[in-house]
Design a protein around this ligand. Structure first.
Ligand code: GLC
Length: 567
């Protein structure tokens, strides 16, 4: 067991997790080693060398615990066991060793806002077994009327009536994901003990799922803000959330040299600061969602009207605020993950400029202040898929949202939301990883659990590695540059030309080192003519057009051109 070093080693408060690049693996869709069509742990181990070649430092593994898979592993029925489809605990240990042998680290997913309804605690609680009565939120009421008006993130009410206990239980997510009652000290003991159990196994940190929802207000008052889902203003950042997280930190994380990253939808920079660092609740970083809202309709992500358009100045304003105003807190920049569409389809151009725009997005991510999170497939520019009907979808959130729209009469058929789903669904990120151009993209020898994106013959790892100019090699070089340049990790961030609708340009500065990043985030040429910055002695650190043609800073930038120069 390694103890966390208490004093910072330099005035920059150097930490390994600040210097790391994280790669997120969605194991179900990564690599299938045994031909059952489902990605698994030996499949991840088989690709550790691949990840090492790419240069990433930390692997974040989405949940691999025992689960009935109502929400692909985010519904856990045993926190100390591995899901059969993914392998065994010995397979998991082999993966941890393989990563550690290459000096890479393992970040596990901690899903403790809720369990599966198949977890033993819930089974005992629904039978009112001694000591388990209050493990979840149970409320009386007639079976036709839920105790309050809260809505679920998966559509419909946040309450389900349980025939066994003859009471309602709360689930902010799927009905198979009942919310744990954190007010109960026994529940908090159980959570601290399972966290400790994994830390003792030698993992390097946790990503804490849905962490701002763990405290619910006394009396569970109705929601009244008109926000979606109904009640979110009541249960987001609830009254005891800091107390719970601080307590968990003190009992567990603070005793280990680990990183913690808290997923927090619905969070402002000001709120985030209250959680971060020693002056907050001890958390290292927060995954916020502000930029994920730029292209949503007025009613939020699942509003089928007004989606898809986004403005670069608005995006820059959000990202810059998080880069600048977090104080001692640390960012966790990302553009995509398993809950979001593919980044090149959403923020880039997945047609003519797929390669250039995927490289531009990589440049942005890997020159941001904070610990960058790369999601599997981004390194080869994987794109959104096409889903022709409800039956083609897997994600309970997308399906729940469509069912709500149908039930409310907002739309009459899937056909009316087809285009919207093909833009927004979480399923896009969950199509199998494209390893090569053989059948099923080399993901499995069997029938894949989820359809492979048709573009795998052109977009795949084997081709990308064979081509020195590929998106993959560009990621590899960028990661290398970042590892070599403290300025890209610790440097201050300053935005240039905030109102420019095509260009996103900023500097990163640390002591006497300075770097300028110029991104033409558009399919048209754009002129960059900065006035207040000395660019006379610049040299190109990396660019997505060939270096020779990228010389000179004051000039026209080509479609999706991205250049990083040392000043
Ligand atoms: C988080 C996960 C998401 C899951 C939800 C419920 O947002 O990222 O995939 O559905 O929590 O656990």
């Amino acid at each position: 067991m390694t103890r966390r070093s208490v004093t910072a080693t330099t005035d920059r408060d150097r930490q390994w997790w600040k210097e790391a690049v994280v790669y997120q693996v969605y194991p179900r869709s990564f690599y299938d080693s045994d031909g059952d069509g489902v990605g698994d742990l030996p499949g991840v181990t088989a690709k550790v060398e691949y990840l090492d070649d790419l240069g990433v430092d930390v692997v974040w593994l989405c949940p691999v615990y025992e689960s009935p898979n109502a929400d692909n592993g985010y519904d856990i029925s045993d926190y100390r066991a591995i899901m059969d489809e993914f392998g065994t605990m010995a397979d998991w240990e082999t993966l941890l060793d393989a990563l550690h042998e290459r000096e890479m680290r393992l970040l596990m997913d901690l899903v403790v806002n809720h369990t599966s309804d198949e977890h033993e605690w819930f089974q005992r609680s629904r039978r009112r077994e001694d000591g388990y009565e209050d493990y979840y939120y149970w409320r009386d009421g007639s079976p036709d009327e839920p105790p309050n008006n809260w809505g679920s993130f998966m559509g419909g009410s946040a309450w389900t009536y349980d025939e066994v206990r003859e009471q309602w239980y709360l689930h902010l997510f799927d009905e198979k994901q009942p919310d744990l009652n954190w007010r109960n000290a026994d529940v908090r003991d159980e959570i601290a003990s399972l966290v400790e159990w994994w830390l003792e196994k030698g993992i390097d940190g946790f990503r804490i799922d849905a962490s701002n929802y763990i405290s619910k207000p006394e009396g569970l008052p109705d929601g009244a803000s008109g926000r979606s889902p109904t009640g979110v203003e009541q249960f987001s950042h609830g009254p005891r959330v800091h107390e719970y997280l601080r307590e968990l930190y003190e009992r567990t994380f603070s005793n280990y040299d680990v990183m913690t990253v808290a997923e927090m939808n619905d969070t402002s920079v000001e709120l985030a600061r209250e959680y971060l660092g020693e002056s907050g609740d001890g958390l290292d970083m927060i995954v916020h969602f502000e930029h994920m809202g730029v292209d949503a309709g007025p009613g939020g992500r699942w509003d089928p009207e007004g989606w898809g358009e986004w403005s670069l100045p608005a995006f820059k304003e959000i990202m810059s605020r998080w880069q600048r105003d977090l104080g001692d807190g640390w960012n966790a920049p990302y553009l995509g993950n398993h809950d979001q569409p593919r980044i090149v389809s959403r923020f880039g151009d997945d047609g003519e400029y797929r390669t250039e725009s995927a490289k531009l997005l990589a440049t942005f991510l890997l020159t941001s202040r904070g610990t960058p999170f790369v999601y599997q497939g981004e390194e080869i520019g994987m794109t959104n898929a096409e889903f022709d009907g409800l039956a083609d979808l897997d994600d309970p959130q997308t399906v729940g949202a469509i069912e709500d729209l149908l039930a409310a009469g907002t739309v009459d058929s899937y056909a009316e939301v087809r285009e919207f789903v093909n833009y927004v669904s979480r399923d896009h990120a969950r199509t199998p990883m494209q390893w090569d151009d053989t059948e099923n993209a080399g993901f499995t020898d069997g029938d894949p659990w989820f359809a492979v994106n048709d573009d795998y013959t052109e977009v795949n790892v084997a081709d990308a590695i064979a081509d020195e100019d590929s998106i993959w090699h560009y990621y590899r070089r960028l990661i290398d540059r970042r590892h070599d340049a403290d300025v890209l990790v610790y440097g201050d961030y300053d935005l240039l030309c905030p109102d420019d609708e095509q260009l996103y340009a900023y500097t990163r500065t640390l002591d006497d080192e300075a770097v300028l990043v110029v991104l033409n985030w558009s399919a048209d040429p754009a002129a960059f003519e900065p006035e207040d910055i000395d660019v006379s002695a610049s040299s190109v650190l990396i660019s997505n057009y060939d270096d020779a043609s990228a010389r000179g800073v004051r000039r026209d930038y080509r479609p999706y051109e991205a250049v990083v120069v040392e000043l």
